[in-house]
Ligand binder design. Structure first.
Ligand code: SF4
Length: 83
């Protein structure tokens, strides 16, 4: 699950975030590449292939695209504090 207390340090400020792979529960990003392949405008990979949010979605279309990545993430490590 996403963990707002263990956000990836490279997330850009805002409600959307990816959870750091070092999440204590072992449920952070596993570098599967789904989100940054599916929505490269909003998600990027660090040097280890782990994801972070590089741009916050604002329009309904952008939010819908990010919600698709959230639903597709195999470990549900994408979070949105606004929800
Ligand atoms: S979809 Fe989830 S596990 Fe895969 S790279 Fe993105 S945040 Fe990481």
């Amino acid at each position: 699950m996403s963990n707002k207390n263990k956000k990836h340090q490279q997330n850009i400020a805002g409600s959307w975030y990816c959870t750091d792979p070092d999440d204590d529960k072992g449920e952070g990003c596993i570098a599967c590449n789904v989100c940054y392949s599916g929505a490269p405008e909003f998600f990027a990979e660090d040097e280890n292939g782990n994801a972070f949010v590089k741009k916050q979605p604002t329009t309904p279309q952008e939010i819908a695209l990010c919600e698709e990545q959230m639903d597709a993430c195999p470990v549900a490590s994408i979070g949105n504090d606004g929800q």
